[in-house]
Design a protein around this ligand. Sequence first.
Ligand SMILES: N[C@@H](CCC[C@H](N)C(=O)O)C(=O)O
Length: 321
Amino acid sequence: MSGLTAQRGAAVRPQGGIEAMVNGLPVVKMNGLGNAIAVIDLRGGEAPLTVAEARALAAPSVGLGFDQIMALHPATDGADCFMRIYNADGSEAGACGNGTRCVADLLFAETRRDRLVLATEAGDLVCTPGGAAHSVTVDMGAPQFAWDRIPLAGPVDDTRAVTVPLDAVPGAAAVRGAGLIGPASVANVGNPHAIFWVDDIEAIDFATLGPLLERHPLFPERVNVSLARVDGPDRITLKVWERGAGLTRACGTAACATMATAVRTGRVGHEATIVLPGGELRLAWRESDGHILMTGPAETEARGLIDRQNLTVRFEAPRAA
Ligand SMILES: N[C@@H](CCC[C@H](N)C(=O)O)C(=O)O
């Protein structure tokens, strides 16, 4: 069994690769370019995770160490499953690019199919194999740019260059490198993103500025914040402060939003490599339908069972090589 398997008395869904077992919820610890993902299977009809459960599972003592949980629920409208996405702070998100690749990688193995439709609150995502082993291509849909779809706090004519006044945030203007932050390009790719185009990413104290920008009053639903440096007509280096998770090794949706806004502002062509601290993603903005295609890896680290009563995790012993 290649999916999220676990040992318990009786499998509820013997056909499934991600089987709900009677003494715990199966969980797979994965990563997409170092973005830490926990995939939890609730397709047996178990109750959705609560904010408190998601937060408790994020505690370092539990050992899951995730940036996001992808919780799988029964499919609706013919999709292969419905995904609810939780950040480490317990908040829910409409999209997670790296997590979607992780789920698709598990379900490719479980279903032996090479096309999956994964439903989210923000829409259906079509996943296909990305070429190399455990590489996945996700059609992330069409990005939105209207101010009220980001959303922003008030009308802005040109969302390609939005001024984010630092004096609205106590202390922000004094942070090292804050003066290097110009207007942001904003986009919603199932979740909200602000991309600041900079020449020197490392000159900015992002660990301090990131959380201040995430909660800037311009963004009523908070925002994922990226620092982007254009290295050439098909290459961008990116560092991301994620809403609800902080600095992560990679953020798939940030790469998608960066791609869309970079094309929109004439910075790159329709295909590019986005370089994140955890590695590279291939991005394409398809002209025929305006959809963003993201290709990158998914990696499985460990499988285990969650005891939902006590919110603890027991990992399977690693298999002998
Ligand atoms: N890591 C993700 C994005 C997860 C959600 C985000 N933090 C939000 O709250 O919108 C990705 O790979 O896209």
